[in-house]
Design a protein around this ligand. Structure first.
Ligand code: NDP
Ligand code: DGY
Length: 317
């Protein structure tokens, strides 16, 4: 187990009845060397998105490894086919973090649209101020602004439900955008080009794959409205971060809200100096009950596989 999880998840892990090796630094993941040493002889690895589970690491376990249980829904840190070809199950934690991540996404939408963090920084600066009709004017989210959801999956749909309550018009890509749940929420299925052209807020919710790396680059940013805001709570490399910084600097778009970064935990040097971007340290799923549920689900997947049963939430082949 590459980090301490919630107390409930730790209790569940202990109850598996196998010797448990837990990386004990609460503030940092194991180094590559520590990880390679720790997995030797493991039957199960409970990993986080900070650990690269590649062929070298799989080989370092020896021959008894039966499952890699990622404590995250995204599993772009795992060489899935390499694991499966060795007969190792790979699982993730879908579903239990949808609401927490959608809450965080909506926080970023509101914060970026209404310039809340910029206004907070202004107050903290101690500058003189008085109410003014043009002070910190931003995008009116609830006056019928259009939200474009790239990847209307579990989290995208949870964001769409919130958008309906905020009176937003929603357009989306992904197979579920043409389904009945989307229709009931008034979501319109569109192609990416149309989504970029009509959206006031573009929110990214697809997984990171070779097909989605730099899905939003210079050309896609240029295709957005100059008043548009980009929010990314999925994975950093889906957005070309250098192109985003230029677009924010040059007024190609109006703002951004980011929870994830292309070369995490490093940030493109330009980002920190921009007032029109809200920056979070990858906390989309960081609700207390959510993190507990993620940890318990990861452990439950291990229990199933070690008992010879199918795991609850295997990643798709
Ligand atoms: P889902 O699998 O439920 O949804 C993914 C969506 O992306 C689907 O609509 C899918 O469409 C779409 N999609 C897949 N491939 C592409 C593509 N090539 N181009 C455009 N869209 C595509 O995933 P979740 O909603 O559970 O999670 C989404 C991602 O969010 C995770 O992979 C993870 O990276 C990230 N995440 C980040 C968190 C954070 O802390 N910031 C927390 C939780 C998740 P289709 O149905 O057509 O395949
Ligand atoms: C995930 O689950 O993919 C997040 O990035 C962390 O919760």
């Amino acid at each position: 187990m590459s980090r301490q999880l919630s107390p409930g998840a730790m209790e569940a892990a202990v109850s598996l009845g196998h010797p448990l090796v837990v990386h004990d630094d609460p503030d940092a993941p194991p180094s590559r060397r520590q990880l390679l040493d720790a997995v030797r002889g493991a039957v199960a690895i409970i990993s986080l998105l900070t650990e690269k589970i590649d062929e070298e690491l799989l080989d370092a376990t020896g021959s008894g490894l039966r499952i890699v249980a990622n404590c995250a829904v995204g599993y772009d840190n795992i060489a899935v086919s390499a694991a499966m070809s060795r007969g190792v199950a790979v699982t993730n934690t879908p579903g239990v973090l949808d609401e927490a991540t959608a809450d965080c996404t909506f926080g970023l939408i509101l914060a970026a649209a209404r310039r809340l963090v910029e206004a907070d920084r202004f107050i903290r600066s101690g500058a003189d101020w008085i109410w003014g009709p043009q002070a910190f004017v931003g995008l009116d989210v609830s006056a019928g602004a259009t939200l474009g959801i790239i990847g209307l999956g579990r989290i995208g749909m949870a964001v769409a439900r919130r958008a309906a309550a905020f009176n937003m018009r929603v357009v989306a890509t992904g197979s579920r955008a043409a389904g009945s749940e989307a229709a009931a929420l008034g979501v319109q299925a569109v192609e990416l080009a149309q989504l970029l052209a009509v959206s006031d807020v573009v929110s990214v919710h697809c997984p990171l794959t070779e097909a989605t790396r730099h899905l939003i680059g210079r050309a896609e940013l240029a295709a957005m409205k100059p008043t548009a805001i980009v929010v990314n709570t999925a994975r950093g490399p889906i957005v070309d971060e250098a192109a985003l910084v230029s677009a924010l600097q040059d007024g190609v778009i109006a703002g951004a809200g980011l929870d994830v970064y292309e070369d995490e935990p490093a940030l493109h040097p330009g980002l920190r100096h921009l007032d029109n971007v809200v920056l979070l340290p990858h906390i989309g799923s960081a609700g207390d009950a959510t993190r507990d549920a993620m940890g318990r689900l990861a452990v439950e997947n291990v229990r199933c596989v070690l008992d010879g049963s199918p795991p609850r939430t295997p990643v798709p082949r």
